[in-house]
Design a protein around this ligand. Sequence first.
Ligand code: TYD
Ligand code: MG
Length: 453
Amino acid sequence: MAKTKSVYVCSNCGNDSPKWLGKCPVCGEWNTYVEEIIAKDNKRNHNSVFETPKAKPILLRDVTVGEEPRLDLKDEELNRVLGGGLVPGSLILLGGEPGIGKSTLILQTVLGLDTLNTLYVSGEESARQLKLRADRINSQNNNCYIVCETNLEQIFVHIQNSNPDLVIIDSIQTIFSDTVESSPGSISQVRECSAAILKFAKETNTPVVLIGHINKEGNIAGPKVLEHIVDTVLQFEGDQHYMYRILRSIKNRFGSTAELGIYEMRQNGLRQVNNPSELLLTQNHEGLSGVAIAAAIEGVRPFLIETQALVSTAAYGTPQRSATGFDIRRMNMLLAVLEKRAGFKLIQKDVFLNIAGGLKVNDPAIDMAVISAVLSSSLDISIERHICMAGEVGLSGEIRPVNRIEQRILEAEKLGFSKILIPHNNLKGFTSKVKIEIHQVRKVEEAFRLLFG
Ligand code: TYD
Ligand code: MG
């Protein structure tokens, strides 16, 4: 066995030092150094994967780019998030909380690709477990090989033997290389293994999907360098207790990061949700107070979403505040605006807020719907069913312009809404002819007057 020694590695940037440091001199982060055991004769040498001639520098202007060929993954949502399909030779990292459905998403996708020869390397589950999942998804495919292996060198042997068109590694944190002494999942293992896999992907032009764990802060576990070396970072998120899942692209060298995919977790796998609005608005809320519809945009897709609020008299000294799918600090700010503008007595009220479907919406344009839903519940007056709204609320109660207003209006019209409340002066460049009644409002009071008379 090789003689071992330990180094301290920054878990943020991957810089190493022989001594523990409080602050990383490279990235400036505090308390990020962790001890790692490495082999003394650790040579960072990935040449053993495949022997190819050394690259020669060429002039950039001599590089020819044809239409980038893309592999169609037969999944509209995934294709779009990737920027129009999978680029050959690209390395993709898919992160997400445990149990959110990462393995399901990938297995389902590869099982749908009948023509591609795929190798699914599972370091977490046995072949039986994978088969059980495949049976749930109920898909027949004769080109998907699975192998339960965690040793990187062995994985490359399997790859060489089966010569796949697409490789899946589930998950990168379980893979270890013999050249690194520390345990699987440690920073140096993750870094070395992913670097070797990247080299393989680029040399053979084979796309590789890595599944990655996330840590308790919600970031992808392992060194930040992992996110730097891969071409695309996708994040699968959602509330485990709800069925909707959002696939976001955090980094993409081959497309926009504004795209997003929506799925619904079913008994038999994930279903693509092509028209999110219809799903999020199915409930009939005619006559119910505390419900307001927001014309939101996530990524570049508009959808209408229900915000629900419940306001009740506080039973204890400290009023309760709870928000699901919405930032609680932002909700507190909106409540303070309500207190100032609509005589809402904050101290005496419990407020619960919920964004339908368990989605987390980051679009500030849903502010107006949130504040209206709270007031609607507080007054116990329902908002008319055919009204929706979009607008950011400022500290002084002003309604501020939001982006892509045209898309929001058109989506609302498409779904049969008859009225939309939007910020004043937000219609510049809006040319479409629409039947929906557009009300421009400057202040929250104006909106409240329109909604509650
Ligand atoms: P999984 O893909 O194992 O999650 P991850 O790889 O991100 O840890 O998904 C696990 C959850 O998905 C599990 O709790 C059950 C649920 N599920 C379904 O609801 N329907 C299905 O068809 C499948 C395969 C899983
Ligand atoms: Mg899994």
